[in-house]
Design a protein. Sequence first.
Length: 383
Amino acid sequence: MDKLLYTTYDQDKVNDLKEILGELNLDIEVMGLSSIDYAPQKSYSEETFLNNARNTAHRLAEYTKLPTLSESSGPSVDYLFNSLEILPYHHNGQDDKARLLGYLGGVPSEKRTASYYTTFAFSWPAQEDNDIVSSGRISGVIAKYPFGNSTYGYDQPWALNRFGNTGKYREKSAEMLATATHLMRGTPYIYMGEEIGMMDPDYSSMNDYVDVEAKNAFKELTAKGRSEKDAFEIIKTKARDNSRVPMHWDDSQYAGFSDVKPWLMPTDQNQVNVEKELASGEIFDYYQKLIKLRKNEKLISDGHIKMFLKDHPQVFAYERFLDNSDKKLLVFTNFYGKECQAKLPKEYVNKNYQVLISNYEHNSNQFKQEIILKPYEALAVVI
């Protein structure tokens, strides 16, 4: 049987290609990068997606001596390239929506045009001049705020480390993040461990990581002159292994996941584990309340969404509403560990409200000119 290398670690993509080739009655074994020991790093540094795809195909075809299919895809934002001379966004190796939206802060819609490109390159070993390439793109504009049917992408560090606080405000920031996403439009999901406030492992060495991408990135960073200490700190905040650690069931050596050493060692299980959370924590109970609200409240499950307080530096706020009802759900979340206040839109001033859920105690039931939010506070009210 002939073999073909597909330069991805995503087994679903490998399976999709196998299915396509099977429908064409082609007896070809498709291999992903997880089948290749010490696979070279994929190319992200070229100025075009085509060159990235071709360079990756050439590099892996030469290394494995197999015919190789490579893909390079991502958004290219016209304003960033034309005004700031920043290359198509995918090329810095990041998938950071917050950073992209930060670059486009204050840029009007008509200047937020962008295209999403996907390019495939097929190469044979030692035959770079005979590449087969295919490209496609869809065009549109970059929205001013993230939206859609999901919240966090796969293989990301814990949201609590990235957007919250793993120290003093671990519980409050975990509840705030859950409120911000679970009351939005779309289909939220809970990644195992979020409901107890799990966070990135506190590893001390690259030897603690398993992911080949992290190990290759460390080698690349040190080869470019970064100290091993600085390179490790970069990897520690971005590594895909961060959210792949075993679930913390208890505070034992292997966190109750197994009786033998798992593929990734848990850390901080003495502080965060299911047993402790159910006995004395507050995050799991808060998640249960959010799930119950979504099942019972049409404003959450079926409502439209409208953002407000868009220019506030700390507050993420939105309104949920239905076409056939005057009732509205207002959600306020403070993404920082310091108290803040925000001037309310006129249509909300002096309105009576009912607290639907909050991670702090509330005694008031009427809006004033401004709202004051405590550190990492989440407040959802119905008016």
